[in-house]
Design a protein around this ligand. Structure first.
Ligand code: NAD
Length: 361
């Protein structure tokens, strides 16, 4: 069966790593018609927006997209295109596996964690009140009158919504993922001792959801303690379920545990719809140089194949990536012992080496 998948090359290093990932996925033999849709700073001038309606329409139609990173322009009034896509499509779960590969230089070995981050709520919802504005002063006044808490009038305010529906869906996703992928434990992570009505609520809902999964262990950790635990004893953890902001921070921490952003894949998943993308951003200074590591984007393609039910192809591609990294020959500069190692290959050459392994599998 042929799939139609929306391919959003993105901007910065996006187009080159997207092309590399597309070629690697095609090499598995899974038939995909790629529908190319442009978003980001490169299309902004022509389309008048960094996120043309056709991009969203294409994802809604095809239900699956592979997306390159997109720059968030500073000072133009545009919020993040990446956050907008997740919110418009209700892609409530952000899945970020953090797995060690032999050959990647890292302080840690055998890391195998899965981060499930809520994607649409929390401080990331973009509900903000600018300092000094009439609405902000009105809100400050309301808070003082209704719950007798004083906020300095010069303050800016960001709102942190955590809903029953959002948390239930997210935690259920984490448990379902654990069951499907033979995982043993889900750890919910918040700062519930301080934010009782949001993070405390997250725990309360998570505990209810956990009751339906007696075979999967459930536990809770406070975010500050979790940071220390992940650095000291990451092997104690398995699947982590977190509200949006903590999930964002822990994702980068875990990317650090496995050797950096260049190899950290991700997926944004909603009801019957998913957008796959690397954890890293558009690294604009490397744009068009054919030097950056395509691995995170290719492994996002592995997650996509797995989501499509193409398990054998997903496995074949992941094994090919692992083999090329383990050999350490046809890898980009960031995977060499020294950043200026002359034997480092380019983005597309690393993809070629992976494709050769896929074809010989
Ligand atoms: P970044 O991830 O783009 O880059 C940080 C550094 O990480 C780079 O300078 C580079 O040294 C390294 N790096 C990143 N990807 C790499 C790769 N594939 N291979 C080798 N090295 C790599 O983070 P940033 O500089 O904070 O963000 C740049 C832009 O990307 C910003 O506009 C930001 O908003 C955006 N961004 C987009 C996404 C997304 O599209 N989902 C995610 C994060 C950041």
């Amino acid at each position: 069966m042929a799939y139609t998948v929306t391919l959003i090359p993105g901007d910065g290093i996006g187009p080159e790593i997207s092309e590399a990932a597309k070629r690697c996925i095609d090499a598995t033999g899974v038939k995909i018609n790629w529908e190319i849709e442009h978003a980001g700073v490169d299309i902004m001038e022509k389309a008048g927006t960094p996120l043309p309606d056709s991009v969203i329409a294409s994802i809604k139609k095809n239900k699956v997209a592979l997306k390159g990173p997109i720059t968030t322009p500073i000072g133009t009034g545009f919020r993040s295109v990446n956050v907008a896509i997740r919110q418009i499509l209700g892609l409530y779960a952000c899945l970020r596996p953090a797995k060690s590969y032999v050959g990647v230089r890292s302080r840690y070995e055998k890391i195998d964690l899965v981060i499930v981050r809520e994607n649409t709520e929390d401080l990331y919802a973009g509900i903000e009140f600018e300092h000094g504005k009439k609405e902000t002063l009105g809100l400050i006044d309301y808070i003082e009158k209704s719950i007798h808490k004083k906020i300095l009038p010069s303050s800016g305010i960001s709102i942190k919504p955590i809903s029953k529906e959002g948390t239930e869906k997210l935690v259920k996703f984490a448990f379902d993922y654990a069951v499907k992928h033979n995982r043993k434990k889900v750890t919910a992570v918040t700062k519930a001792n301080i934010m009782k009505f949001t993070d405390g609520y997250f725990y309360a809902i998570a505990r209810e959801v956990a009751k339906a999964y007696p075979k999967i262990e459930y536990e809770e950790r406070l975010i500050d303690n979790m940071c220390m635990q992940l650095v000291q004893k990451p092997e104690l953890y398995d699947v982590l379920a977190l509200p949006n902001l903590y999930g964002d921070i822990i994702s980068d921490l875990c990317a650090g545990l496995i050797g950096g952003l260049g190899i950290a894949p991700g997926a944004n998943i909603g009801e019957g719809m998913a957008v796959f993308e690397a954890v890293h951003g558009s690294a604009p200074k490397y744009k068009g140089k054919n030097v950056v590591n395509p691995t995170a984007m290719i492994l996002s393609g592995v997650l996509m194949l797995d989501y499509l039910g193409e398990k054998a192809a997903a496995q074949k591609l992941e094994s090919a990536v692992a083999a090329v990294i383990a050999e350490g020959k046809d890898v980009t500069y960031d995977m060499k012992p020294h950043r200026d190692d002359p034997s480092a290959v380019g983005t597309s050459q690393m993809a070629d080496a992976i494709i050769a392994k896929v074809k010989n599998a």
